[in-house]
Design a protein around this ligand. Sequence first.
Ligand code: GN1
Ligand code: MG
Length: 338
Amino acid sequence: MESIFELYGWDVIDTVQLHQGLINSTYIVHTAKGDFVLQTINHSIFKNPAAIDHNINTIGNYIEENHPNYLYTYLVPTKNGKTLIEWEGKYYRAFHKIDGYALSVLETPHQAKEAASQFGQFTSILNGLNMAKLKITLSDFHNLSLRFDQFSESIIHGNSNRIQDSKDAISFLQANNWIVKQYEKYIQHPDTKQRVTHHDTKISNVLFKQIAGIEKAVCVIDLDTVMPGYFISDIGDMCRTCLCAVTEEEANLDLVKVDSSKWTAIQEGYLSEMNSVLSNFEKDHLFFGGQFMIYMQALRFLTDHLNNDIYYGAKKEGQNYVRALNQIRLLEVYNKLK
Ligand code: GN1
Ligand code: MG
C-alpha cells in the first residue's frame, strides 16, 4: 500500500486492519498527520465506486453548507485532490478517523435510543437535499420482491445437497411471503416517500463516545449504500441488530431473544428526529420495518448459502446457513413483540 500512502502524502507510522463488515477491507493508518481510515471498495459488489464517491461528496457538501457542526465522515483528498483512487484494479478511499467506538451488540435501551436518534438525524438533516443529485450505488439493493425471486431461483438452481438440508428454513421463508406483499403495498402507497436512506444501519455502523460520563452515539459511518430509499430499511436494520444480545453469527438459537425495552427506545430515538418528517401512514410501519429487514436478511443469507456463498463468502462451512437460521429465529421472536 506504499504507493497509496504516497498519493495521500502520508508518513505512515503503522497500519492495522479492522475486521468489521462483510464486504469491504478497512485499515486504520497512523500517520504523522493523524489517523485515517483507509478502505478498499469491494468492486465485485459495488460495480460503480465513482457513484459512492459522488454521493459521499454530494452529501458532504450539503452538510458543510447547511449543518456545519454535524459530525460527518468527509472523504480525504489525495495530493491531487481526488477522493477515489483506482490502483492496480483496486479502489481506495480514505476518511479522517473519528474519535469513538463501534459496538456489535447493545447492552442498554439508552444505547438503542442514542443509535436510533443518530440514524434518524442523518435522514432528517438531509431532508432538504435534492435526491436527484444522488446516484444509485447498488440497484434494487432493498427490493424485497427481487430478493424473494433470487431466493426462489436458488432453491431450484442452487446446491442440491444444501437445498435438501435447508428444507425447514426454506418452508419458513416461503410461508412468510406475506411480508413481500406488504412491502409492495407499502412502497406503492401515496403517503410513502423516498428519502436519503442509509441502507446499512446495523449497530456497528454508528460510533459511540463517552461525553461527560454519558454514552452518546456521535456519528453514522459506512455510507456506501446511502441513496434514495424507504425509511423502513433504516429502522428495520436497527431492529434487526439492536434488540438482541447476540449477533447474526450466533449459532445457539436459544440466545436469540429480543428486548422490548430496546424496541421502545428505538422508536423514541428515531422519532425524536423523524416525527415531523414521516407521514402517519409511514409511522404505522415502524414495526413492519423490523419484519421487512429481518426477513430480507434471512432470505439473503439462505440464498447465498444455497448459491455456495458467492456473495458473502464463508469463513467456515455452513456459515451463511447459521446466519439464516439465526435471522429466522430472530423474526419469530420479534413477531411476538406485537
Ligand atoms: C453487509 O459489509 P457490511 O457488513 O457493511 C451487507 C448488508 C448486510 C450486512 C449483514 C453491500 O454489510 O446489506 O445487512 O452485510 N452489505 C452489502 O451483516 O451487501
Ligand atoms: Mg455496509
